[in-house]
Write a protein that binds this ligand. Structure first.
Ligand SMILES: [Zn+2]
Length: 85
């Protein structure tokens, strides 16, 4: 999945991207291939640890955080095709 996105230079949706380990590229299944913990030391966040290689992902719980796809600048402006007559 990741190599296909890299080859064609496209972005994966964050929900898909977050379901794979960024180091060993296995599917993260809670309780089987990953461990999910909620921490609140300095800032509340979720830690997803891959049980295969030990790589951790951290997701902050920011209230005003918007994903890149939800931002208006992520979408290309609709350019009308100019047809020369
Ligand atoms: Zn891993």
């Amino acid at each position: 999945m990741r190599t296909v996105a890299q080859k064609h230079v496209i972005r994966m949706h964050p929900s898909i991207k977050r379901s794979f380990c960024k180091s060993c590229n296995i599917i993260l299944i809670s309780g089987q291939t990953c461990r999910i913990r909620f921490r609140s030391r300095s800032e509340k966040h979720t830690v997803v640890t891959c049980l295969h290689c030990g790589t951790m992902k951290r997701f902050m719980w920011r209230q005003n955080y918007n994903l890149w796809l939800d931002r208006p600048e992520a979408w290309l402006p609709n350019k009308k095709a100019t047809v020369k007559s």
